[in-house]
Ligand binder design. Sequence first.
Ligand code: ADP
Ligand code: MG
Length: 266
Amino acid sequence: MSDLSRPTGPKIIAVANQKGGVGKTTTSINLAAALVENGNRVLLVDLDPQGNASTGLGIEAEDREYTTYELLLEDVNLNQVIQETSIKGLSIVPATVDLSSADMELISNEKRSYLLHDALRQTQMDAYGYDYILIDCPPSLNLLTVNAMIAAHSVLIPLQSEFFALEGLSQLMMTIREVRQTGNKDLRIEGVVLTMYDRRNNLSQQVEHDARSNLGDVVFKTVIPRNVRVSEAPSFAMPVLAYDSGSKGAQAYRDLAKELIANNRV
Ligand code: ADP
Ligand code: MG
């Protein structure tokens, strides 16, 4: 399938869900690592003031001099904020708690919804040679998440296989529709991925059934199992693909990357 809307430059995917703890950061880190394994160059933008993606990839808080905050709100360019990680081919724009005030500071800014879009479309962007940019969104539908959706080609939605999983999804879909109407008419849904799935648990199966019957094809065939290696990896500052390459969690994220590449939804 040819891709007319994206003749050059990276595919930008916002990883979003306003619920906390559903697997946004875990998916951002491990999908990024899996895409790198497939020979892609990937930039992960940490857009959450909690900075979990930055920590999970081994960028210590004291080494985060320039962050997403400066990229959005100060005269600092992409070159100054990108850091390499221990995974070759995977770079990150880190975040710190400074970003928590950004939402308020953005309100009075005329370009408040477009700051990330503009930062990621600087003319030298092509020179970096990224194939993908993943944006790890905060657990909120605030201006930071709107910035991610305006900047992105698509939204990837992690859905935790838990009770109430589908609640709140309509609000997220409404935000996506609003973004399409106001600033990014081509914004696609990359897909919904079920996370922390437990095959032995009836509830997981029920959530999967409900998600597939309500949302159809948009739900990835790959589900991410609940796997202790996945939750251990960040404390070793590694994606699970590096921490325990043969684990079920690592394999699932490889499958997700392959499915995403094959789908080529743009
Ligand atoms: P979010 O970014 O949406 O807030 P996280 O990615 O931080 O969510 O995940 C929330 C918690 O669940 C973290 O402690 C993480 O380690 C854990 N977790 C995420 N995915 C899995 C998984 N597949 N198996 C086990 N634990 C997981
Ligand atoms: Mg997170």
